[in-house]
Design a protein around this ligand. Structure first.
Ligand code: NAP
Length: 301
């Protein structure tokens, strides 16, 4: 029996653990994959206050050490369901059952797929969702990044330092990602922008050797020879296990306001899997602090 179980060890979940431990609550953090969440895929964080530059992996490791140092417990187990039994919450993983007074769902999101033929088959054979994990395999080769958000822009900047050439393929000609990153990319000699275009075929037998890109305005198809395609087309909230427990919006985000309360007393949601305007490291951390503080208030009543 714990005071608080946090589901997910990303920036929101680990910040929640820090705040809950500092309020003297017992805390178990359950994580399906590795601590840090999606931030471990970010090569260089430049927009977190006070810290001018830090890699995503260093950020995640520092945050983990801080939470564990304060006495939070972390287990690498995937949560399959959460049930409310009066004041108590039953959290089931593939291995065990745990009980807590309050639960904070901080499961974040997973990579959205492009949804084209052979994407799954060629994943790990030239198709990748993580430039920092796999970029190094493609030194001095030609690669493409698809997407127009911060992840795509940061991936393209990172890869431009490693590879021969980066094609940045985006389905529109304006970008969601930060203007500062876009400006830096435009200054790179080895980055070619392919806008108003979608990837319509993955080429190659056992490995990716190229892609077909279709111009959305003219319909013209261009084949580009490549060694890798980095897909950075957004994220999908990881809330499926909680569909019967809390309200989700049509895109699958857990419905909750800035207080991080769900409609179920004692169940809170923090970070990228919550309905919100701005999904950033700093807002994930803020959610973790708010959710833990609200959970502590709930437990102390
Ligand atoms: P995102 O902001 O949702 O952008 C996804 C991009 O992929 C959009 O440009 C979208 O195009 C495009 N897209 C979506 N589905 C597509 C499809 N089927 N085919 C082709 N293109 C498709 O996702 P993200 O870049 O992963 O970022 C997620 C969140 O994390 C954002 O809030 C972002 O700001 C944040 N983030 C922050 C940092 C940082 O703070 N350093 C770093 C990385 C990410 P449209 O624009 O046309 O919709």
């Amino acid at each position: 029996m714990y005071d608080i179980i946090v589901v997910g060890a990303g920036p929101a979940g680990l910040t929640a653990a820090i705040y809950a431990r500092r309020a003297s609550k017992s805390v178990l953090v359950l994580e399906a994959k590795a601590w840090g969440g999606q931030i471990i895929n970010t090569p260089d964080i430049e927009n977190y206050p006070v810290v001018a530059h830090i890699s995503g992996v260093d950020f995640a490791n520092d945050l983990y050490r801080q939470a564990i140092g304060l006495g939070a417990e972390l287990r690498l187990e995937k949560v399959v369901s959460v049930q409310v039994q009066g004041k108590s919450k039953l959290v089931r993983t593939a291995k065990a059952e745990y009980e807590a007074g309050a639960v904070i769902l901080a499961t974040g999101s997973e990579n959205r797929k492009l949804g084209i033929d052979r994407e799954q088959e060629l994943t790990g054979r030239g198709v990748s969702y993580c430039a920092t994990c796999d970029g190094n395999f493609f030194r001095k080769r030609d690669v493409a990044v698809v997407g127009g958000g911060n992840t795509a822009l940061e991936d393209a900047l990172y890869l431009a330092e490693l590879v021969n050439k980066v094609y940045l393929i985006h389905r529109r000609d304006s970008f969601r990602g930060e203007a500062a990153s876009l400006e830096r990319l435009r200054e790179k000699d080895n980055v070619e922008f392919v806008c108003n275009a979608t990837v319509t075929a993955l080429l190659g037998d056992k490995r990716l050797t190229g892609i077909d890109v279709t111009d959305k305005l003219s319909g013209a198809v261009r084949s580009i020879e490549l060694s890798a395609l980095f897909v950075a087309v957004g994220r999908i909230p990881e809330n499926e296990s909680f569909r019967a427990l809390i309200d989700l919006d049509e895109a699958g985000y857990a419905v909750a306001g800035e207080s991080c309360h769900t409609r179920v007393p004692g169940i809170f949601v923090a970070g990228d899997n919550r309905t919100k305007e701005l999904r950033q490291l700093v807002t994930a951390a803020a959610d973790g602090a708010v959710a833990a503080t609200e959970a502590v208030k709930y437990l102390n009543v």
